[in-house]
Design a binder for this molecule. Structure first.
Ligand code: SF4
Ligand code: SF4
Length: 197
């Protein structure tokens, strides 16, 4: 059932059940990764993992962010521990330890943008097929959510283009981590190291 929202506000309150930070795989964009790496001052490889199709559910086969590496393909995700959840979930407080820099998808969860057939924004609902208990004893302003939604749309388009470039290149010893190197150093290594072949 789709729950209609008011025009300027959405009824929702997070009760910090931790479901989204323990059970849901978080898929950051390259811009999320850059922002997080800057905040925590570590190499992205320390908090990312690359999942094969049988390790992740709910991602379409034709999703444009699959990284092709030889005969295999991978999805870039925040590292998640089987029982403890997201790499950035504080084990003691059970709150996000990178709250200010967290991925846009974390900020938008569990809100879902409604679009018309022409792709025009209509409003927000709460995702019906996620595990969030969707408590409605609070109110969110739609405007900041809409700004996030627009920014995420732009980021995703650019993400798709970057993956397309990465996937088009085949070279010896290609690894999914090379994608991170590619966007972290602004293409420099990617475009010089592998053009000699
Ligand atoms: S980055 Fe933070 S908000 Fe996002 S899943 Fe991890 S702990 Fe939760
Ligand atoms: S699943 Fe919903 S209620 Fe639980 S922590 Fe996430 S946003 Fe909050």
């Amino acid at each position: 059932m789709v729950r209609r929202m008011g025009k300027d506000t959405v009824k929702f309150k997070c009760h910090h059940c931790n479901h989204c930070c323990t059970e849901v795989v978080c898929l950051p964009s390259p811009w999320d990764v850059k922002r997080i790496a800057k905040m925590v001052d570590v190499e992205p490889y320390e908090f990312l993992e690359f999942l094969e199709p049988d390790e992740i559910e709910g991602v379409e086969d034709d999703d444009p962010t699959w990284l092709n590496v030889g005969a295999k393909r991978y999805m870039m995700a925040l590292e998640r521990h089987e029982t403890k959840g997201c790499h950035f979930l504080d084990r003691k407080t059970r709150y996000c330890s990178i709250y200010e820099a967290r991925p846009l998808l974390c900020r938008l969860y569990p809100f879902k943008a409604q679009e018309s057939k022409e792709g025009k924004f209509k409003g927000f609902t709460l995702h019906s097929d996620v595990g969030c208990p969707k408590h409605q004893d609070g109110v969110y302003e739609v405007k900041p959510l809409f700004d996030l939604y627009v920014q995420d749309d732009i980021n995703q388009e650019d993400y798709h283009e970057l993956v397309e470039i990465f996937n088009a290149r085949e070279y010896e010893n290609k690894e999914p981590e090379d994608f991170v190197t590619m966007f972290m150093d602004g293409f420099a290594t990617f475009l010089t190291d592998d053009q000699d072949d």
